[in-house]
Design a protein around this ligand. Structure first.
Ligand SMILES: [Zn+2]
Length: 425
C-alpha cells in the first residue's frame, strides 16, 4: 500500500520525495507554487466545503479544473486529484455541532449526495480530459456504497478500468470491522478495482490496508496537536503538528500496521485447498496471487526494517519507536541493530527470483511497483542526508522540519543501502 502523507504545508513538496496529499484549500491562494520532488495527490477540500457551506459554494467545477491545470503545470508530478464529492455522514447532511466544529448541513438525501458525487465527476471530466481526476465512492451504510458503484456503472464509468478509485468516509469511522466490510463489498462488486482510502485510520489498516492500492492520512498532525507531542531533538515548535520528522515517524507506524497484517497467514490456506471443480486457470491465478502476497510480505518487512533504522539514526530511542509502532522493544532493537550491508535493490531482486514473479505480466507489474516505491524512498533518504551533510558542513545545524531531521545525537548512517544501479528516476 502506498501511503500519501497528508500535510498542511505545500512546501513539503520540495523537501521530500515521499508521496504527499495536499488540499486545494492550501494551494489555491498561493501566488507561487512549490515544484514537487515526489508524487502529489490533490484533495478537493470537500470536507471543509460541505462543513462550512452545506454545499459546493466556493468553487465551481470550472474553477476547480482551472486550478488543477495550474497545479499540473507548476507543481508537477500530480498522481491524481479527488473529485468534488459529497460525503454522506449524518452530521454533514443534517448539520450540528461536534466539538468545536459547526456543520452547516446540506439538508439533502443520501441518494442525492451520491447522485451529485457521480454527476460532479462527469462534469469535471467533460471540462478536462487530460487531468487525472478520480471517481470517489461515497456512502454511509454499506448499501449506499453499493448504490454509488451502481450509479457510476449507469453513468458509463467503468470503475474496474480506472487507474485508481477513491473510497470516502469509510476509513474515518470508529468501527473498523464495518469499514473492512464496506471495502470488501466494493471489491466484490467490482473485482480488480484499485482503491485509495481517503483519510484512513491506522487502527483499521491491519484489517484492510493490504486491500488498498493507496491511502492518505492527516491523523499524525491532529494527534501531535491534541496530545501536545514534541519529539526529542525537535526545537522551534511547541508541538509536532507541522513537523516533517514526526510525519515520517507516523508513516512508519502506518507501514508497521500493514506489515503486521501481511505477516499473518492468509485465511484461505493457499492453493493446496482448491475447491472441487476449480479449473487449472483458477489454480494458476491463485498461485500467482499467493506468490505476490509472499513477495509483498517480505518487501513490507524490509521496508519496515529500513524505516526503523532511519528513525533510530534520527535520534529516536528504542522505547519511542516501540511505542509508536506497537512493536516490542526487543524486536525494535533487533531491527535497529540489523546490518543492512546489501543494497535494497539487490535484496528485492533476489526476492523476485525466489517468488518467481516473472511469468505473469500483471504480477510482474505489481512487483515492479513495489520495487520502484521502495528504491525511490531509499534514494530520497540518501539525497536528503547528503543535503544535510552539506548544510552541516557549512555550520548550520539541521532542525526539525528540514528534511527527515537529525538531532544532536544522530547515529552514523550505514553505507550503501542503495548501491546496485540506484533507484528509478
Ligand atoms: Zn517536531
Amino acid at each position: 500500500m502506498r501511503f500519501f502523507m497528508g500535510t498542511h504545508q505545500p512546501n513539503w513538496a520540495t523537501m521530500t520525495a515521499a508521496p504527499l496529499f495536499i488540499s486545494d484549500v492550501r494551494l489555491r491562494d498561493r501566488k507561487t507554487l512549490p515544484q514537487a520532488r515526489g508524487e502529489i495527490a490533490i484533495d478537493s477540500g470537500a470536507f471543509s466545503e460541505l462543513t462550512k457551506y452545506g454545499g459546493w459554494v466556493s468553487t465551481t467545477p470550472r474553477e476547480y479544473v482551472d486550478r488543477l491545470r495550474r497545479y499540473h503545470e507548476e507543481i508537477g508530478n500530480i498522481a491524481f486529484a479527488a473529485s468534488q464529492d459529497w460525503m454522506c455522514e449524518p452530521v454533514i447532511i443534517h448539520g450540528g455541532q461536534v466539538g468545536r466544529i459547526r456543520f452547516a448541513g446540506t439538508g439533502l438525501s443520501t441518494l442525492e449526495h451520491l447522485r451529485r458525487t457521480v454527476g460532479n465527476l462527469l462534469d469535471l471530466r467533460s471540462l478536462a480530459t487530460d487531468l487525472a481526476i478520480i471517481p470517489t465512492i461515497q456512502g454511509h451504510l454499506r448499501t449506499d456504497y453499493e448504490r454509488c458503484v451502481e450509479l457510476y456503472d449507469r453513468a458509463g464509468i467503468d470503475l474496474a478500468a480506472e487507474p485508481v478509485v477513491a473510497v470516502g468516509s469509510v476509513c474515518r469511522r470508529q468501527n473498523t470491522t464495518e469499514a473492512g466490510e464496506i471495502i470488501a463489498a466494493i471489491i466484490e462488486a467490482v473485482p480488480g478495482i484499485r482503491l485509495h482510502g481517503l483519510g484512513i485510520k491506522t487502527a483499521g489498516l491491519g484489517a484492510y490496508g493490504s486491500s488498498l492500492l493507496s491511502s492518505d492520512s492527516m491523523a499524525w498532525s491532529a494527534t501531535a496537536r491534541l496530545e501536545g507531542i514534541r519529539l526529542p531533538g525537535c526545537h522551534g515548535h511547541k508541538n509536532c503538528a507541522n513537523c516533517l520528522r514526526f510525519a515520517f515517524l507516523w508513516r512508519l507506524r502506518v507501514l508497521a500496521a500493514v506489515a503486521g497484517h501481511l505477516t499473518r497467514p492468509a485465511p484461505d490456506g493457499g492453493p493446496a485447498r482448491t475447491q472441487k471443480g476449480s479449473r487449472d486457470v483458477d489454480r494458476d491465478g491463485r498461485a500467482q496471487r499467493l506468490a505476490l502476497t509472499g513477495f509483498r510480505e517480505e518487501a513490507a518487512r524490509l521496508e519496515l526494517g529500513i524505516g526503523i533504522r532511519w528513525a533510530y539514526e534520527d535520534g529516536m530511542s528504542v522505547r519511542e519507536i516501540a511505542e509508536l509502532t506497537g512493536m516490542s522493544r526487543a524486536r525494535v532493537r533487533r531491527m535497529a541493530d540489523a546490518d543492512q550491508d546489501r543494497p535494497v535493490l539487490a535484496v528485492l531482486r533476489e526476492l523476485r527470483r525466489k517468488w518467481d514473479l516473472e511469468s505473469d505480466p500483471a504480477t510482474r507489474a505489481a512487483a515492479d511497483y513495489v520495487v520502484a516505491t521502495l528504491t525511490a524512498a531509499v534514494a530520497d533518504r540518501a539525497a536528503v542526508a547528503q543535503r544535510q551533510d552539506g548544510s552541516n558542513a557549512r555550520g548550520r545545524s539541521a532542525s526539525c522540519g528540514s528534511g527527515v531531521g537529525r538531532s544532536q545525537n544522530a547515529r552514523p548512517r550505514p553505507r550503501g543501502l542503495i548501491r546496485d544501479g540506484g533507484g528509478p528516476k
